[in-house]
Each structure stands twice: as structure tokens, then as C-alpha cells.
Design a protein around this ligand. Structure first.
Ligand code: NAG
Ligand code: NAG
Ligand code: NAG
Ligand code: NAG
Ligand code: NAG
Length: 952
């Protein structure tokens, strides 16, 4: 039956709906909008709760978080519940709080944790079971606490520990750190700014041995440092620093074999007696990398000693106020890297570094050099030269004449005003050239010679006003070109000729748009800054056409600097026509009205669309029809008032939606049904109305488990006046008629239960139900009649189908009423008009002694007749009286009776009268009927009572 089928379907739907509702109502903790944190889903589930004035760890951090950041809050303690079951957490950052106490076992569930940062807190004692459970921890940062005591078992729970930072605590002596040194795989130990006055390994048990590779130690009280026992056979790096005042240290070296594997030494803000330094340096037989940072050690004699270390390769002399190196480094010919940055050097005097024939990298940035040091010319093995942030004003053609292996040259932040054509001519291997932030107003043909291998050119923020035709010719390998500047006013036609391989281009334009991108076939990433001034001219007609050639562009950004909405013309949709590969479009301050609906009709690959600082109040949803792959939409500050456009936009892939700083006051949460993939929604800084018009939205924010509404708990009300400044989610939606979700829940539950019961009853119990119904009717009727004690009004009620009416009139009535004188009840004749039909039938059956059923095929098919027969058989059962006379008008074979199984049962069990079998002997037939009508009310002896129609 079709009805039954659709009932079934409906039933299934409802069950699903109810399960969904149950899920929502039973697991509110699944809601994605956290009270005080933001989640970013990428490969990691990154929960950011930094800087929120929290005093306890929020209880709604998702259990599947992999990174949790809680820094810069006011946490005072960590309890066992805080990180319960967070078995996927790998990084936990708790620094900069006020944590003074951690319950034992607080980290017991964090078996996957690799990185724990508890620096800048108020821990004083590391108890035995503090870190229980952290079996995979690699790095533990406890610096800047008040740790005075470490229990000797604390670190037994940390077998995977690799790095411990314990600087700036209250530990007094080397024996305090003994429990740490027992960690089997410890490699890095940092004890900066500690209170040790002496660090001597002879204070530790002699039989100890540690795998430590890097030891950092500093402290204002440190006077004595000595590695006098073989406790650190693997030690490679020692970093000794003053804390906030220079360290004056005595370094005792009783046996230099204990230092034989030291390759790196860092001395920062420290001072040793010279003889001591000399002894230290001469005892480090493997030293490769020496850093003397902000150190008073850098003087003639020390440097002379340094240059005698045959193994030394890297020398960092930064921050040392070396004003003139003169000849001190002449002997350092073994170096491959030299760092001289931040030293106030006005020059590197001739021949001071000339001898460094193996030098590969020279960093002389942030000094006062006025020209490229002459010695550079002889450093023919140099590959990386950093002279940025100096006072160099001229480059000569000899400066780089011999540095033919240079691959990276940094000249940014100088005073270079022009580039001769010959300057770079020998730099055939150069890959990166940085001349940004100089005083260049032209570069002539400087890029035409050499530079065939150049891949990256930074020319931004110079004084070049106009890029002329062909200026970049010769840069055939260039992939990255940055021309961003506040000054550029125009880029001439064919300016980019020859840049066949550029993939990333950033340009600025201030007055004219007279250029085209025809040449940039391979461009993938284009950023255009419009620096709008009064002289800005509208683009010529070919401006839009030139974009047509950017066939491979994937990332396109246009930014208008200057006043908001100052961009003086509309960005025509033709711009996008050729960009069939466009994935990411960003426009800032460009659109003074919404883009035309056909703007993106050829950009179906668009995945990210950001339009900021614009007027999109008239946004047409059709804009989105051609871009169904959109995943990120950022309409920050766009005067949007309503989210209705989303409902029609059809964006099945949209994941990120940023609508902060708009003019949205009411949100109809049903729009989010049209965004099935939405996981991140930012509606910060909108003027929300806190009344019942937002009740549905508030409910949705709190309960939906798909979309995180970023910082939702911090959204404030703008209206009505009385609620101004209150939190949106604090608004009591209970006062709004009824809780909408709950109403839904209740009504669908009721509906489902009803459907369920109905289907069940319909399927299994319909006969019992009908039976009960009729029994009830019969009972009511009976009790009514019995009260009245009324005798039967008729001898027989005739139940027949309307098609058999002629026979009833022609044959039956004359015989039974006329000849035999029975009072018969016929529905067309005796039913009271206006009375419900079922009542009429009940009256008729109970008002008659007997019921005669005139059975034909049509009778069996007729619904009311079958009810009559039911009723009569109920009466039979109910009154234990034989009231039913079956009179067959036609021969109906048993197989045709089978659908009417109750009838078949009656026929099987009862005698019945057959009109066709009577043939012509109608007299005998009517005589039989008379006998049947005459029989008393007692059941016939040899027939069982019908046990009721319920039996199948
Ligand atoms: C830890 O210290 C206790 C006393 O505080 C001592 O009894 C115990 O032997 C020590 N355990 C280890 C492994 O050093
Ligand atoms: C010391 O360094 C050498 C050379 O780098 C290395 O082969 C040796 O294993 C190191 N010794 C230790 C104890 O780490
Ligand atoms: C360049 O190097 C060659 C050989 O190494 C040397 O003869 C020449 O003087 C150098 N040029 C300059 C300008 O120093
Ligand atoms: C495109 O270029 C800009 C400017 O250089 C850069 O900031 C941005 O990261 C680049 N985008 C991609 C996807 O490479
Ligand atoms: C720990 C915690 O949940 N702190 C705050 C989170 O945000 C809500 C609402 O903004 C505050 O009421 C909680 O105190």
C-alpha cells in the first residue's frame, strides 16, 4: 500500500531527527564555540586561549586538541581535571601565569605531550609526582620560576626528556640539579641567570655520567666554572653568559681532556682575566664555532689567540663595539664564516680579512660602513655577503669583480643612489639581490649584465618614480620581483619585457595605470598596491585587457592605500576573465560597491575570497554561483547588514567565514544550514541586538557542534540601550516564548512516538484495535439499551451493498416483509438522516434481533458493509447470541474469499444460505430464512462461538 510506504519513510526520517536532537541535547560539550578560546583546525587542533585573563583552565577545551596555548593569563594552579583525557596533546604552553601549585597527577593523561612550557610562573618546589605520565616529553621549560627544590624522583617520570630549561630560578648549587642530570637522554640543559656562585662538577658524585651535549649557564654570582670530572663526555657546546650585568669569571681547567669534544663556545656579556681566556681557548682542541657577543674580551690579544685555533671555522663577533678591526684578524685564514654585525665599524681596514681565502659567508650588517670593504674583492670564495643597514652610498664596478661565486648579496637599507651598468657584471651565480630601501631613482642597465641566474630581486622602497620599457631585460631567471614602494608613480608599457619566468610580482602604482602584464606569462602571484593621490588617473581602455594574459595567476591581491574607499574607479569584471587558475583573490579598500554578479564567472577554482574595507551592502548572491569551491570568505569591514545573501549563495565547501566589523545586528541562524562545511565563523565587532530576534542564533552558537563561532562569548550587545555592553550570549532567551530548540525537540519526539505507535499498531494490532473500538461501542450501546430495557425494534437488519439493492427490493422485501411479516431495517429507508453513519449502523444492529448479510463480491469489497459484518460478529461475541445470518447472492469460490478471511471463517463455521444454490426453488430458500430468523437467541449447538475476528 503506498500510504504505508510513505509512513515508513517518514518514520525513518523522524527517528534520525530525534537521534540528532538527542545527540545535541546530551552532549553539549561537543559544541565548537569555546567560551574563552579559539580553535584552529589544520593538521593540528590548535586551541588558543592566550591572554584572556583566565584564572582557571577552561573546561571546554576539546579533548582532541593537539596544541593548547594558555600563556599570559592569571592561572594560579593546575588541577587533575584540567587536562584530563587529552591524550592527543603534543604541545602545552602555560608560560606567563601565576601557577604556584600543580596537583600530583595533573599531567597523567598527557602521554603524547612532547613540549611543556611552564616558564614565568611561581613554582617553588618540583614535587615527586609532578610530571607523572609525561613519558614522551622532549622539552620542559621551567625557566623564570622560583624553584628551590627538586625532588630526587621528579625526573624519573620523564624518560624521553631531551631539553630542560631551568634558568632564572632559586637553585643555589650544582647538587640541586642532580635529579635532572640522571635523565638518560638529556642533551640540553639551560641554567641561565641562576644563583650558583660556583659550578664545579667535582661537587657531583664521581660515578655519575650524563649524555649532555649543550650546557647553558649564566648568573650574576657565578665566579667559578670548572669541568673537572669526566661527567659530561659528550658535551659539545658551552654557553656562558652574564645575566644582566657582565660576568667576571674564573674558568678552571684542571684537565683539558674533559673538554676535548667541545666544538662550540658562546661567551656573552662576560669578562675573564686574559690569561684565563687564553688558557680556555687553547684547551679547546676541537673548537669550530666561537661566539663572542657583547663581550669585553674582544681585543687585540684575544683575537690573536682565537686565530691560532686551527679547528675554528665560524667566528661570531657581534655587538662588540669594534670600531676598527685593523689587522687583528689577519691570521684567521682558516675561517669560513665571519659575523661582524652591530659593531659601529666605519670601515674594515684594508688587508684585515683579505687572507680569509676560504671565507664563504661574511656578515657586516648594521655597521657604519660607507663603502664595500676593499678586502671583499679578494674573497673569491665568498658566497653570501650581507652589507645591509650600513651607510654605503656608492657601488663601484670593482666591488664585486672577484666575488664571482656570490649567490646572495644583501645591500638593503643603505644610501645607494645609483647603480652603474657594470656593478653586477661578474655575478653570474647570484640568486638573491636585495637593494631595497636605498636612494635609487633609476637603475639604468645595471641588471642587464651578469645576473643571468638571479631568481629574486628586492627593489622596493627606493625613489624610482617610473619603470621604463625594458628595464628588467636580462633577468631571464628571475622568479620573484618586489617593487613595492610608496614612491612609484607609473610603470610604463613593456616595462616587464624579458621577465618571462617571474612567478611572484609586487608593484605599487601612484598615478598611472599605463602598463600591461602581457609579458608575464608565468605569473602566479601578483600584488598591486595603489597609492592613491590627487593626480591618480583612470586607467586607459587597454588596462583591463592586459590582465587577460595572466593565465596562470593563482594569487591576486589589490590593495588601495590612502583613505578608505578612495579607489577612484570600479574594478571591471573583465580583469578576471583570463584568470582561469585563480585560487585566491584579496581586495582591500577597492570596492566602493559590491562586485558585479558576473565578476567571477570564469574563476571556478577560486578558493579564497577576501574583500576588506569595502561597501558590500548591496551584495548579490549570484556573485557566488560560479565559484562553488570557495572555502574561505573574508569580508572584514564591508558594511554588511544581513547574512541573507548566504542562503542563496550555495557555497557547499565554505569552511572559513570572516564577517567581523560589519553592521550585522540580527542573524537568522537558518542561513548556516546552507553552509554544510562551515567550521569557523568570525562575527566579532558587529552591533548585535540583544532581544528575541537573536534567540535562535544564540541557541545555535551554544549548541551546534559543527561551526565554531570565534570568540562568541565575548560578543557584546549594541542594542537595546538597556543591554548595551552586555554579552550577547548572556541574553536570557528563556524569556522568548519558549526555548525554540527544546520545542523542536519535544514536538519531534512526540511526533515520532506517535508515528512509531501508530505504525506498530497498524501493522500488528489493527484488528485488536478495531475490536476494542467496537466492543466499546457495543458496551456503551448495551448499557444504554439495558437501562431503557427497550425491546428490539426490528426483527432483522439487512446489510447489503447498494448494487444489490434491486434484488433486495424485488425478491427479499416481498418475501420477508410481505409474506412472512418480519420487520426489517434497511439503511436507505430506516437510517435516521443527520446521525453519524457508524451510530446508525450500531443502532440498526443492536435494534434488530438478527443481522442478515446479503453477500456478493461487491459487498465484500465495500468498506461499510464489512464494518457491519464486523459489528454484528462483535455482537455475536459480546452477547453470546447467534445474530448473524449469511445469505450468499452469488457463488464465491473459497480462493476469492481469502482476502476476507474473517468472512471465510464465518462461512466455515456457520451454516449459510445460498441464493444460486436454491435455483428456482425460492420458496424453500425463503422458508430457510424464516427458520433462521425464528431461532431463539441461544447459540447453535454444533457451532462454536466465533472467537472474534482478531485471530489471524
Ligand atoms: C631520594 O631522597 C631520599 C631522601 O630524601 C632518599 O632516601 C632516597 O634514597 C633518594 N633516592 C634516590 C634515587 O636518590
Ligand atoms: C667526541 O667527538 C668525536 C668527533 O666528533 C666523536 O667521534 C666522539 O664519539 C665524541 N665523543 C663522545 C664521547 O661523544
Ligand atoms: C681579483 O683576483 C685576482 C686573482 O685572485 C687578483 O689578481 C686581482 O687583483 C683581484 N682584483 C682586485 C680588484 O682585487
Ligand atoms: C604572494 O606574494 C606576496 C608578496 O610577496 C606574499 O606575501 C605571499 O605570501 C605570496 N603568496 C603565496 C601563496 O606565495
Ligand atoms: C575559566 C573560564 O571559563 N573563564 C571565563 C570564560 O568566559 C566566560 C564568559 O566570557 C567567563 O564567565 C569565565 O569566567
Amino acid at each position: 500500500m503506498p500510504i504505508k510506504g510513505s509512513v515508513c519513510l517518514y518514520f525513518v526520517q523522524e527517528v534520525l531527527l530525534v537521534l540528532l536532537f538527542l545527540l545535541l541535547h546530551l552532549t553539549p560539550s561537543l559544541a565548537y564555540s569555546l567560551k574563552n578560546c579559539t580553535i584552529t583546525y589544520s593538521a593540528d587542533v590548535f586551541v588558543n586561549c592566550a591572554d584572556r585573563k583566565l584564572v582557571t583552565v577552561p573546561d571546554d577545551i576539546p579533548r582532541d586538541a593537539t596544541i593548547t596555548e594558555l600563556s599570559s593569563n592569571n592561572l594560579k594552579q593546575i588541577s587533575r581535571e584540567d587536562f584530563r583525557d587529552m591524550s592527543k596533546l603534543r604541545i602545552l604552553i602555560l608560560n606567563n601565569n601565576k601557577i604556584a601549585h600543580v596537583d600530583d597527577g595533573s599531567f597523567i593523561h598527557l602521554g603524547a605531550l612532547k613540549y611543556l612550557d611552564m616558564s614565568s610562573n611561581q613554582l617553588t618546589i618540583l614535587t615527586a609526582k609532578l610530571f607523572q605520565g609525561l613519558s614522551n616529553l622532549n622539552l620542559l621549560d621551567l625557566s623564570s620560576n622560583y624553584v628551590q627544590f627538586i625532588h630526587n624522583s621528579t625526573f624519573q617520570f620523564l624518560p624521553g626528556l631531551h631539553t630542560v630549561k631551568l634558568g632564572d630560578n632559586q637553585l643555589q648549587q650544582i647538587t640541586d640539579i642532580q635529579p635532572i642530570l640522571q635523565v638518560p637522554h638529556l642533551q640540553v640543559l639551560s641554567l641561565g641567570c641562576s644563583l650558583f656562585s660556583s659550578f664545579d662538577t667535582k661537587d657531583l658524585p664521581l660515578n655519575m655520567s650524563s649524555g649532555l651535549k649543550v650546557l647553558e649557564i649564566s648568573g650574576n654570582n657565578l665566579e667559578n666554572f670548572s669541568i673537572s670530572t669526566p661527567i659530561f663526555p659528550h658535551l659539545e657546546t658551552i654557553d656562558i653568559s652574564g645575566c644582566n650585568q657582565p660576568l667576571v669569571l674564573k674558568w678552571d681547567i684542571p684537565d683539558k681532556t674533559f673538554l676535548k669534544n667541545i666544538t662550540r663556545l658562546i661567551i656573552n656579556n662576560a669578562e675573564f682575566p686574559f690569561r684565563n681566556v687564553q688558557k680556555v681557548l687553547m684547551s679547546l682542541d676541537s673548537l669550530m664555532h666561537l661566539t663572542l657577543d657583547y663581550s669585553k674580551l674582544v681585543n687585540k690579544r684575544v683575537l690573536a689567540t682565537v686565530c691560532k685555533i686551527p679547528t675554528l671555522r665560524i667566528l661570531d663577533l657581534l655587538n662588540n663595539q669594534i670600531s676598527n678591526l685593523s689587522v687583528q684578524l689577519v691570521a684567521c685564514s682558516q675561517l669560513s664564516e665571519l659575523v661582524l654585525s652591530s659593531n659601529y665599524m666605519a670601515e674594515i681596514s684594508k688587508s684585515s680579512i683579505q687572507s680569509m681565502k676560504r671565507l664563504r659567508s661574511l656578515d657586516a650588517s648594521t655597521n657604519l660602513l660607507t663603502k664595500v670593504p676593499d678586502d671583499v674583492r679578494s674573497l673569491s670564495s665568498l658566497e653570501i655577503l650581507d652589507l645591509s643597514d650600513n651607510h654605503i652610498s656608492d657601488l663601484s664596478c670593482e666591488d664585486f669583480i672577484n666575488t664571482t661565486h656570490l649567490t646572495e648579496l644583501y645591500l638593503g637599507l643603505n644610501h645607494i643612489s645609483r647603480l652603474d651598468n657594470c656593478v653586477f657584471k661578474n655575478l653570474n651565480d647570484l640568486k638573491i639581490l636585495d637593494v631595497r630601501e636605498n636612494l635609487l631613482w633609476t637603475f639604468g642597465g645595471a641588471f642587464k649584465l651578469g645576473l643571468h641566474a638571479l631568481e629574486s630581486l628586492h627593489l622596493g622602497n627606493n625613489f624610482i618614480l617610473c619603470y621604463d620599457m625594458g628595464g628588467f631585460q636580462g633577468l631571464e631567471s628571475l622568479k620573484y620581483l618586489d617593487l613595492r614602494s610608496d614612491k612609484v608613480s607609473s610603470i610604463k608599457h613593456k616595462a616587464f619585457d624579458g621577465l618571462d619566468n617571474v612567478e611572484t610580482l609586487t608593484v605599487s602604482i601612484a598615478t598611472e595605470l599605463d602598463y600591461n602584464f602581457r609579458e608575464l606569462h608565468k605569473l602566479e602571484n601578483l600584488t598591486i598596491y595603489f597609492n592613491i593621490g590627487s593626480s591618480f588617473r583612470s586607467p586607459p581602455s587597454n588596462f583591463y585587457e592586459s590582465f587577460y594574459h595572466l593565465k596562470y595567476l593563482k594569487f591576486f591581491t589589490v590593495i588601495c592605500k590612502g583613505n578608505e574607499f578612495a579607489f577612484p574607479f570600479d574594478l571591471q569584471p573583465q580583469i578576471f576573465e583570463g584568470m582561469r587558475h585563480l585560487e585566491d583573490f584579496t581586495a582591500e579598500g577597492i570596492y566602493s560597491s559590491a562586485p558585479a554578479p558576473d565578476t567571477f564567472r570564469f574563476n571556478f577554482r577560486l578558493r579564497s575570497l577576501s574583500i576588506n574595507q569595502a561597501d558590500l551592502s548591496n551584495l548579490d548572491p549570484e556573485l557566488f554561483l560560479p565559484i562553488p569551491n570557495l572555502q574561505v570568505m573574508d569580508f572584514f569591514k564591508c558594511k554588511i547588514r544581513s547574512l541573507d545573501f548566504l542562503a542563496q549563495a550555495d557555497l557547499p565547501a565554505l569552511r572559513y567565514l570572516i564577517l567581523s566589523s560589519n553592521e550585522i545586528s540580527v542573524i537568522n541562524e537558518t542561513v548556516f544550514q546552507s553552509l554544510p562545511a562551515l567550521t569557523y565563523l568570525d562575527l566579532d565587532n558587529n552591533p548585535f541586538i540583544c532581544d528575541c530576534s537573536n534567540a535562535g542564533f544564540i541557541q545555535w552558537v551554544k549548541s551546534n557542534n559543527r561551526t565554531q563561532v570565534v570568540n562568541a562569548y565575548q560578543y557584546t550587545c549594541s542594542f537595546p540601550e538597556a543591554e548595551h555592553g552586555q554579552k550577547l550570549l548572556d541574553f536570557d532567551i528563556g524569556s522568548c516564548s519558549m526555548d525554540f530548540g527544546f520545542l523542536c525537540f519535544i514536538s519531534s519526539t512526540c511526533l515520532v512516538v506517535l508515528t512509531l505507535v501508530t505504525s506498530f499498531v497498524y501493522h500488528f494490532l489493527r484488528w485488536q484495535l478495531a475490536y476494542t473500538f467496537y466492543l466499546l461501542l457495543a458496551f456503551l450501546y448495551d448499557s444504554r439499551k439495558r437501562k431503557k430495557g427497550a425491546p428490539h425494534q426490528y426483527d432483522a437488519f439487512i446489510s447489503y451493498n447498494v448494487h444489490d439493492e434491486p434484488w433486495v427490493h424485488r425478491e427479499m422485501l416481498p418475501a420477508l416483509e410481505g409474506e412472512q411479516g418480519w420487520r426489517l431495517c434497511l439503511h436507505h429507508r430506516d437510517f435516521q438522516p443527520g446521525k453519524p453513519i457508524i451510530e446508525n449502523i450500531t443502532d440498526a444492529i443492536y435494534g434488530s434481533r438478527k443481522t442478515i448479510c446479503v453477500i456478493s463480491r461487491r459487498y465484500l469489497q465495500s468498506e461499510w458493509c464489512s464494518r457491519e459484518i464486523q459489528m454484528a460478529s462483535f455482537r455475536l461475541f459480546d452477547e453470546q447470541k447467534d445474530v448473524l445470518i449469511l445469505l450468499f447472492l452469488e457463488d464465491i469460490p473459497a480462493w476469492q474469499m481469502s482476502p476476507y478471511h474473517r468472512m471465510r471463517k464465518l462461512v466455515k463455521k456457520r451454516t449459510y444460505l445460498s441464493w444460486p444454490q436454491a435455483g428456482g426453488h425460492s420458496g424453500v430458500f425463503w422458508e430457510n430464512v424464516r427458520r433462521a430468523l425464528e431461532t431463539g437467541d441461544a447459540p447453535m449447538e454444533n457451532t462454536n462461538l466465533l472467537t472474534g475476528p482478531a485471530e489471524p
